[in-house]
Write a protein that binds this ligand. Structure first.
Ligand code: AMP
Length: 280
């Protein structure tokens, strides 16, 4: 496994592999790796000859400077974890390399960035698309792997790639949400939880699961009320939003369509913001 810091060097290495006919899989991350990230890495290793993992805490997708500053950075541990996974390249660039070209391109996201995460984290998806589009140019992979955990992000990246086909000739593969034994979705931010918050956090998954299990006998508004009640009843949690949205448009639905909609939630556990979702 080779650690590459320079984007030009990595592009050249990838071009060499492509010329040799090797398929390339790419897993973008912000590091502080956990089993969720590693599940995507394993999908890529299965599907491709070469796997590239990027580790870059992207400043432009943080709407809150404190969140950016406090985001866990554990490069040495991350490299160790990846060493056990048949990864070929770890791309760990610095900010100057990624943002040396100041061009601030506006991709048309068809308003998929206006609701939920986009509403509560203004500018977040503009930053996500900015970094992902730059990484896709540096690493012209055949496939890129994204987690269902960030459902809106996954939807936006799929939209980006299908609307800008000539620029991004890359297949987007989704990985299922990996959870702790008690149901909490794995997240780098879970490291920030206090003991009490960590104990409270599985309430999020329990509330989502309750809705999924009772989909036949609950209306949409009953689901929303039930989720709000369960979350806010816990003194360590505060609901930011719970929306049940159409998988393609991300607009709130008026009726559950099995296989076509997802319940998306954001909750504060103290100062830590957690997101999760359930597909119906
Ligand atoms: P991040 O480092 O948080 O930017 O995440 C990098 C990638 O890992 C994204 O595609 C996430 O959706 C994915 N990911 C994060 N947490 C999980 C999880 N618990 N299960 C599966 N994928 C995840």
């Amino acid at each position: 496994m080779k650690i590459v810091k320079n984007s030009q060097e990595l592009t050249q290495l990838i071009e060499n592999h492509k010329q040799a006919g090797d398929s390339i899989g790419f897993v973008p991350t912000m590091g502080a790796l956990h089993e969720g990230h590693l599940s995507l890495v394993r999908l890529s290793v299965q599907d491709n000859k070469i796997t590239v993992v990027s580790i870059f805490v992207n400043p432009t997708q943080f709407n809150d400077l404190k969140d950016f500053e406090q985001y866990p950075r554990t490069l040495n541990e991350d490299v160790q974890l990846l060493q056990n996974e048949q990864v070929d390249y770890v791309f760990a660039p610095d900010e100057n390399d990624i943002y040396k070209d100041a061009e601030d391109r506006n991709f048309d996201l068809n308003s998929l960035d206006s609701m939920m995460e986009g509403k509560y984290r203004p500018g977040h998806f503009k930053g996500v698309v900015q970094i992902v589009s730059r990484l896709f140019k540096i690493i012209p992979a055949d496939r890129a792997y994204f987690g269902q955990k960030d459902f809106q992000q996954l939807t936006i990246i799929k939209h980006l790639v299908s609307s800008y086909k000539s620029e991004f000739n890359i297949e987007i593969i989704a990985g299922t949400i990996i959870r702790e034994a008690d149901g909490l979705a794995m997240s780098s931010r879970n490291k920030h939880l206090t003991k009490d918050e960590r104990l409270a956090a599985p309430t999020i998954y329990n509330a989502l699961t309750y809705c999924k299990n009772n989909v036949e006998n609950m209306s949409l508004s009953e689901m929303k009320q039930e989720v709000a009640k369960r979350i806010n009843a816990n003194p360590f949690l505060k609901l930011e939003y719970f929306e049940i949205v159409d998988n393609k448009s991300l607009n709130p639905i008026s009726k559950i369509i099995t296989g076509g909609c997802t319940g998306c939630i954001a909750v504060y556990a103290g100062k830590t913001r957690l997101i999760d979702n359930v597909s119906f």
